[in-house]
Write a protein that binds this ligand. Structure first.
Ligand code: S3P
Length: 427
């Protein structure tokens, strides 16, 4: 276990590029594997989570090679995986286990997929129930990983998901590719729609609107070239750090700005943050832009309702920003945070308290009153990459030194995070 020492900095300035979007990277690998022909993927994230997906696919008989920074995936069709020789390992990655379960449900064999200690605690009933309705068989203890999946022919379903979750929706849509008829998912609030966009890009018949997605099966996906934009969830740490520090300005190029992911820009703008988008373009149906952040005076906001799925991964760092915003920031309707890589409501609140913030944990969110000066502290990341990175940002604006325990977990989504942060700090 490594510990990272964070010292306060004067300002941040520079132009940076960030790793590929993690959500889009998983989908690029999985959907290319289910297609016919060879797909070429550029900009793929090589973070641990995505590499777990790659390794699982290789163990399922999907040839993947890398050349000059591009990944070439030889698709095997929607039911063409080979039975793996051993248990598949999703590591820390909820996206890997949930999306791959959808594909495994359609294979003519039994497989087992497992993960690390954190993933073994996360709820899987949300995918087991719909996949069983489609005809797959499951064995698990208390609906948690390891999952034994008895795959086979599937039937299309019309499913109302009780949670707004892109992982659940994508799992069902992926299973639906192999089922005859229309598989349809509705959800209480719209979640990220990268699967729908990419399926369309690969030639599937897909219909989607806010809170609904449907795919027609059996579908034949055609291999294509996919370029993954930079990850807006990774950008969030730099955008917010820039707002919080004096005389700072940072520009990040080629960031994915799919509207189902830009809640961070909306939430922070409503708090007074100064962001400018430029160079807007679109590739593979995913919009992208250059984002510039500048030092900003922040005010409290009420964040809830349908905004929450659009900021779900950014709430830890938004909470850090809220400690510096004038007034009472209330984050609610965010109970899903309790079933992420850690119980993020508790891990945010505990660590903010250690730094001297005025924070109160509520059942489905947090109440943070600001502005409060933060002081350096011993932070426990609980092995959660977004907690480690959010509190590294808090450490930049704190008085004194901050030590982040178990800091290597940032590699889950963002290898090189600390070096990149170092590279733009002003002396
Ligand atoms: C993701 C969906 C979200 C998000 C996760 C990635 C995805 O999870 O928190 O980091 O790639 O589909 P849920 O679907 O559980 O909300």
């Amino acid at each position: 276990m490594t510990e990272k020492l964070i010292k306060p900095v004067r300002c941040l300035r520079g132009d940076i590029s960030l790793p590929g979007d993690k959500s889009i990277s998983h989908r690029a690998l999985i959907l290319s594997a289910l297609a016919k022909g060879e797909s070429r993927i550029t900009g793929l994230s090589v973070a641990q989570d995505v590499m777990h997906t790659k390794k699982c696919l290789e163990e399922l008989g999907v040839p993947i090679r890398e050349s000059a920074g591009a990944f070439f995936v030889q698709g095997v069709g929607t039911s063409g995986f080979q039975k793996p020789a051993k248990t598949l390992d999703a590591g820390n990655s909820g996206t890997t286990i949930r999306l791959l379960s959808g594909a495994l449900a359609a294979q003519n064999f039994t497989s087992i997929i497992d993960g690390d200690e954190s993933l073994r605690k996360r709820p899987m009933r949300r995918i087991i129930e719909p996949l069983e309705l489609m005809g797959a068989g499951f064995e698990s203890v208390s609906f948690k990983a390891p999952l034994t999946i008895h795959g086979g022919p599937l039937r299309a379903i019309d499913y109302a998901s009780p949670v707004a979750s892109a992982q659940v929706k994508s799992c069902i849509l992926i299973a639906g590719l192999a089922a005859k008829g229309i598989t349809r998912v509705t959800e209480p609030s719209p979640s990220r729609d990268h699967t729908e966009r990419m399926l369309q890009e690969l030639g599937a018949t897909v219909h989607y609107s806010e809170g609904m997605a449907a795919v027609k099966g059996p579908a034949l996906l055609n291999a294509t070239a996919i370029d993954v934009p930079a990850d807006i969830s990774a950008a969030a740490f730099f955008l917010i750090a820039t707002c919080l520090l004096p005389e700072s300005e940072v520009t990040i190029s080629n960031v994915g700005v799919n509207p189902t992911r830009t809640g961070i820009l909306d939430a922070m703008s409503s708090m007074g943050a100064f962001f400018t988008p430029g160079n807007e373009s679109e590739s593979n149906r995913e919009p992208r832009a250059t984002l510039t952040a500048k030092t900003s005076e922040l005010f409290a906001a009420q964040l809830g309702g349908s905004l929450i799925p659009r900021i779900i991964d950014e709430i830890p760092v938004i909470a850090v920003a809220a400690t510096q915003a004038k007034g009472k920031t209330i984050i609610r309707d965010a109970g899903e945070l309790r079933v992420k890589e850690s119980d993020r409501i508790t891990t945010i609140a505990e660590n903010l308290l250690r730094m001297g913030a005025d924070v109160k944990e509520i059942k489905d969110g947090l109440i943070i009153e600001g502005p409060t000066p933060l002081h350096g502290a011993m932070i426990d990341s609980y092995g959660d990459h977004r907690i480690a990175m959010s509190f590294a940002i808090a450490g930049l604006i704190a008085d004194g030194e901050t030590l982040i325990k178990n800091s290597e977990c940032v590699d889950t989504s963002f290898p090189g995070f600390f070096d990149l942060l170092d590279s733009i700090t002003c002396d």
